[in-house]
Design a binder for this molecule. Structure first.
Ligand SMILES: CC(C)(COP(=O)(O)OP(=O)(O)OC[C@H]1O[C@@H](n2cnc3c(N)ncnc32)[C@H](O)[C@@H]1OP(=O)(O)O)[C@@H](O)C(=O)NCCC(=O)NCCS
Length: 170
């Protein structure tokens, strides 16, 4: 595992991180390539999301540099129904200028380490087929290919597939 850049800390996301988390999501979304959303979620929705994760013990971690959120990884329930509670859905991102420095790997490891205690023995995600860095990162952490949603996104003149992956630990 790469040593993290000096000053980067991987921490549980707190209420104090809400504005920074929202800004980080907004900056990655605005690239229009990696996330489904193309902009930050509204303030209220972001606050509700972070508070709910804290209250329910869902894995939600952040990378901080001098108090600023530069990356995140969270695992939230896929569906609130009996029979599905062992399924978590993973989302993550690292702000562009901080990529390729080991932060994404460290965030993913930290969130996955918290998953069993939240009851998530299966963690799933979807990534665009063009997102080779993310797909390689997930593969390296034991996620397996489960399927492909062909032509799921048509954006800015480009057609992209969604790759479905999951990791089982229980
Ligand atoms: C995917 C993402 C989170 C990875 O974070 P990162 O900090 O850049 O990743 P790391 O530096 O920790 O690298 C983790 C692994 O990714 C892969 N990787 C990183 N940079 C790569 C590159 N340029 N080419 C190919 N693979 C690469 C490697 O497998 C690497 O493992 P290693 O550390 O053993 O070399 C980041 O690129 C990102 O935020 N992308 C945009 C948002 C996004 O795609 N979110 C996920 C949506 S499903």
């Amino acid at each position: 595992m790469k040593p993290l850049p000096p000053g980067i800390e991987i921490v549980g996301l707190t209420e104090a991180d809400i504005p920074g988390f929202r800004a980080a999501v907004g900056s990655v979304a605005a690239e229009r390539r990696w996330l489904m959303t193309l902009e930050a979620f509204p303030e209220d929705a972001t606050r509700g999301f972070v508070r709910d994760n804290l209250l329910r013990g869902h894995p939600a971690v952040a990378a901080r540099f001098r108090g600023t959120v530069v990356g995140w990884c969270d695992i939230v329930p896929l569906a609130p129904f009996e029979g599905f509670r062992h399924n978590g859905r993973l989302g993550m991102g690292v702000v562009a200028e901080w990529r390729g420095k080991g932060i994404g790997g460290a965030l993913l490891d930290a969130a996955l380490a918290l998953a069993p205690r939240a009851g998530f023995t299966r963690v799933e995600l979807e990534a665009y087929a063009s997102n080779t860095v993310a797909l390689e990162l997930y593969r390296s952490r034991g996620f397996e290919f489960e399927g492909r949603k062909v032509g799921a996104r048509i954006l800015d003149g480009r057609v992209d597939d969604l790759i479905c992956m999951a990791r089982r630990s229980g």
